[in-house]
Design a protein around this ligand. Structure first.
Ligand code: NIG
Ligand code: FE
Length: 408
């Protein structure tokens, strides 16, 4: 059954834009009084609403009666929303002056969430993950990457990845899982960093493959987590096993992005500490540079050099990093809008970073409203697309569709 949705005052399909480099708002294609024809969850046609209605007289009509602007659904290509408990205590210490690393050393940090996540049973873990995914969906985020990394043993990482798989069946948001067993060496592991990573390669990754839990592997490359030498060995092995690679890179110190580029990672995420060298490396690679303004806001630290990355020709995506430690807010649109004011990003660059550029970091074909693409879309009650960032994330979508079905 065909369905025609519209008319929208404007449709911004985000088609025909380059994957890399700076963008001007003038490059945005705008369809006035537009409609979207959907069949089987995919976009069959997009264009003038009245013409589409004439040409498809038998199509069911989903009528939009107030002025609304239609965009592709946002894609959050970096989250850690499968976790137990919270870290409000860490946050209070941080705003009172302690650093993320000092808090981690004194018993807070990632290990605290590992303890709370291990204590959570799988049903509770799934339930809280579904709630967070649905909150994101209501905010227009139709595809969400979700990392493990709070289990840090074979059984506990599998528990997290299975929870993500089960949650997928309970939310309309599309969940893309990633294994982050290389988040830190767990405090109860008896051995070196290299030995822990070898244990992950030998004892965990084969089961993940066998159960088809994810084809993506992430690592936290940082002086306080995994060093560049061990990271390189680990990622090459994961590559050989057929996993796509992504990395937490250059968050506090550099080194991670060079490793990411060297192993052909799909993305290098964080980049707050990246300088000219790292920017050049990323710009001349096919690795997507992912900025995580939520972590900068949560830690009270500078943003990644988003403007410079774009001007150098990199593919820049924007993700929330939603996690209980460094980025607890989890509101992708607020974070992107607030960062763009400081980094001086155009609306086109922000929309691209939240949609098709984020999709390329996940190797999925979403994020534009084009023929044959999934009808994952969101509409805002406004007459001008520029209002969406102008309200800095407080204007939320009025309607959100996944595969042509509306959910909000
Ligand atoms: O992306 N940097 C490492 N990992 C997460 C934080 C995880 C946590 O603090 O629980 C991040 O910021
Ligand atoms: Fe992260």
């Amino acid at each position: 059954m065909k369905k025609l949705i519209g008319p929208f005052i404007h449709i911004i399909p985000l088609t025909g834009l380059p994957l890399k480099g700076a963008l001007k708002d003038e490059q945005l294609h705008i369809i006035p009084n537009g409609g979207v024809l959907v069949e089987g969850g995919l976009i069959l046609a997009i264009g003038d609403f009245k013409e589409l209605r004439k040409a498809n007289a038998s199509a069911q009509i989903e009528e939009i009666t107030s002025p609304q602007v239609l965009l592709p659904g946002f894609i959050d290509c970096h989250t850690h929303i499968c976790f137990g408990g919270n870290r409000a205590k860490d946050y209070a210490m941080r705003i009172a002056g302690k650093t993320y690393l000092e808090i981690a050393k004194s018993g807070g940090g990632i290990w605290d969430t590992v303890t709370q996540t291990r204590a959570a049973d799988e049903v509770a873990l799934v339930q809280s993950l579904v709630q967070r995914a649905n909150r994101h969906l209501a905010d227009g985020v139709t595809a969400i990457e979700v990392k493990s990394g709070y289990g840090l043993s074979v059984e506990e990482e599998l528990k997290q990845l299975r929870a993500i798989k089960n949650a997928s069946a309970q939310t309309k948001a599309r969940l893309i899982p990633t294994c982050l067993a290389a988040h830190m060496v767990p405090k109860d592991f008896n051995g070196s960093q290299a030995e822990y990573l070898a244990y992950v390669v030998n004892d965990l990754l084969p089961i993940i493959k066998q159960e088809n839990l994810t084809n993506r592997v992430d690592i936290f490359i940082e002086q306080s987590a995994m060093d560049t030498k061990n990271a390189l060995v680990y990622l090459n092995k994961a590559n050989q096993l057929g996993f796509d690679i992504t990395a937490h890179a250059d968050q506090f110190t550099t080194g991670g992005s060079a490793v990411a580029v060297e192993v052909g990672a799909v993305s290098a995420d964080h980049l707050e500490a990246s300088g000219e060298n790292e920017i050049g490396l990323l710009a001349s690679s096919n690795t997507v540079a992912v900025t995580l303004p939520g972590a900068s806001l949560g830690l009270g630290m500078p943003y990644a050099p988003a403007r410079k990355l774009l001007d150098s020709g990199a593919c820049l995506a924007i993700a929330s990093d939603w996690n209980p430690g460094s980025a607890p807010m989890g509101d992708l649109l607020i974070q992107a809008a607030v960062m763009s004011a400081s980094e001086k990003l155009s609306v086109a660059e922000v929309f691209a970073g939240l949609t098709f550029r984020a999709a390329s970091a996940l190797k999925i074909e979403y994020g534009i409203l084009g023929l044959g693409m999934p009808a994952d879309m969101q509409a805002y009650l406004c007459a001008d697309y520029r209002e969406i960032l102008y309200y800095q994330g407080k204007l939320k979508p009025n309607l959100v569709w996944v595969a042509g079905n509306s959910h909000v």
